[in-house]
Design a protein around this ligand. Structure first.
Ligand SMILES: Cc1cc2nc3c(=O)[nH]c(=O)nc-3n(C[C@H](O)[C@H](O)[C@H](O)COP(=O)(O)OP(=O)(O)OC[C@H]3O[C@@H](n4cnc5c(N)ncnc54)[C@H](O)[C@@H]3O)c2cc1C
Length: 449
């Protein structure tokens, strides 16, 4: 185990195994690049979405006019040829693990020595009446952006949109649509936005922020049905709790994602929600692996989910599996939990673990600014004072610093006193560390009296 330092001359003498990767997202592409760094194996990446890898997380900026599709491609188009990574634009419809081949929709068959399934996620649908009408869609693939461009080109074409599901993709879709002045109703099942993940202070701050951005936020509201008009397009939705009918031209389904694995369900590769893998990212079939959003760990590390549909996770899995495929078996090590997102104008980062409600010996320290657009929550163990994690809204913090503090098991006093070291806001931004420290000291003195 450990780091693999290949001797390139030996590697080039290795037999030219054919590695087929299904999916050209962050996990498949990271794997391909790293296998190429470590070996001269033949590498083929198959995808039915786009010819070249692009950043899915930047999809919103294309619709909002901040970027062109070209800008979302981290590598020039010649990169793949130069690095001898073959790209196939096609859909895999079946895998034959006995004959070690994948079958494409156009009937082409590709033989593999090693197969990696990196097919990502798909937006959830829950069997709602009308969920397949024209104008009902998720926001995941490039093709979703293309259909959005048609249905929600502007507020003449789309008089109102309704978004179902209050997660990170839902809020992005709301921001996208409001950037074109399309009125948005946002149906959120929870009683406060993302309150199953965020502490109440943060969740309530976001409720206000969403409403202040002219989004019609409906909390505690579930979808009953989507009604169609004459031409098979969506006409309205009905809210379950109140039977209220809301006319709309677009329904965005953003109630989470699930692994995109239907095409292997009739094979002998074991699946549950995702493709089941060991900590080495191996499936039950020799020479078949899975990584990224579509992989489900049989045994994840304590406190972590078996499926983590995150950019960062796909990247680490890709890097790890490259080493195993190139002869040095390495276990997937997820590292400390990290995530970042943007809720309209408020940036969010989380490092380590912050629960919505602290349990056992865990406790929260919270601070927010008077404008209520910046806040932090630190979670720590009140007995040992060990720092467990931090959520920050509106203040940028450095990933590497928190990673180190978590590894070093620093205590909460150390973290609070050293917050300026972690601040990553641009020069001349207002700083809040003194305020945070003052509140922390006040809280400590109250506890001690
Ligand atoms: C709008 C949006 C915003 C996001 N923002 C964030 C964020 O801020 N931070 C974060 O951590 N994560 C974010 N995510 C999640 C992140 O993008 C995913 O975790 C990541 O892209 C997963 O990478 P992947 O390589 O596993 O799969 P994917 O990126 O889904 O790539 C899989 C590829 O495989 C292709 N494919 C699937 N089936 C087949 C088949 N049968 N044949 C051929 N090709 C196939 C798919 O078309 C796709 O191109 C966001 C996702 C979306 C949709």
């Amino acid at each position: 185990m450990g780091k693999f330092s290949p001797n390139l001359s030996t590697l080039y003498q290795m037999s030219e195994e054919h590695v087929i990767i299904i999916g050209n997202g962050i996990s498949g592409i990271t794997l391909a690049r790293h296998v190429r760094k470590l070996s001269s194996k033949r590498i083929t990446v198959v995808s039915n979405e786009s010819n070249h890898f692009f950043s899915r997380t930047a999809l919103m900026y294309i619709y909002m006019g901040h970027m062109k599709f070209e800008h979302t491609k981290p590598y020039e188009d010649w990169f793949w040829d130069k690095n001898k990574i073959e790209l196939v634009n096609g859909k895999v419809i079946a895998v034959n693990t006995n004959h070690k081949c994948v079958i494409l929709e156009n009937s082409d068959e590709l033989k593999y020595d090693k197969l990696v399934i990196a097919t990502g996620s798909k937006p959830n649908k829950f069997g709602w009446p009308g969920e397949n009408l024209k104008g009902v869609q998720g926001l995941y693939h490039l093709q979703d952006l293309e259909s959005l461009e048609k249905t929600a080109q502007n507020n003449e074409v789309c008089k109102r949109a309704v978004i179902i599901g209050g997660g990170l993709i839902g809020i992005e879709l709301a921001e996208m649509l409001t950037s074109r002045n399309i009125p948005v109703t946002f149906l959120v099942r929870e009683t406060s936005f993302w309150n199953h993940v965020l502490p109440l202070q943060e969740s309530e701050m976001l409720n206000n922020h969403i409403a202040n951005n002219n989004i019609d936020l409906r909390l505690g509201a579930n979808l009953k049905e989507i009604k169609g008009g004459e031409n098979g397009s969506v006409k309205s939705i009905v809210i379950k709790e109140t039977d209220e009918e809301i006319p709309c031209n677009l329904v965005g389904l953003t109630a989470g994602v699930s692994p995109n694995v239907a095409f292997i369900e009739s094979t002998d590769i074991e699946t549950n929600k995702g493709v089941l893998v060991s900590r080495f990212l191996e499936t039950n079939i020799p020479d078949v692996f899975a990584i990224g959003d579509c992989a489900e760990l049989r045994n994840s590390k304590e406190g972590r989910s078996n499926i983590e549909a995150m950019w960062h996770t796909g990247r680490i899995m890709g890097e790890t599996l490259a080493q195993t495929i190139c002869g040095q078996k390495v276990e997937y090590e997820p590292g400390h939990w990290f995530n970042s997102a943007k809720f309209l104008k408020i940036e969010y980062q989380t490092y380590g673990w912050v629960s919505a409600v602290p349990i056992g010996t865990h406790q929260h320290f919270q601070w927010k600014n008077p404008n209520e657009d910046k806040c932090i929550t630190l979670e720590y163990n009140k007995d040992t004072l060990e720092f467990i994690g931090i959520n920050t809204f509106g203040i940028r913090m450095r990933h590497d610093i928190f990673d180190t503090w978590l590894t070093e098991k620093r205590d909460v006093n150390y973290v609070i006193h050293n917050l300026p070291k972690a601040n990553f806001d641009p020069e001349f931004y207002q700083r809040y560390e003194n305020d945070i420290l003052a509140k922390y000291n006040k809280q400590l003195s109250t506890l001690n009296t």
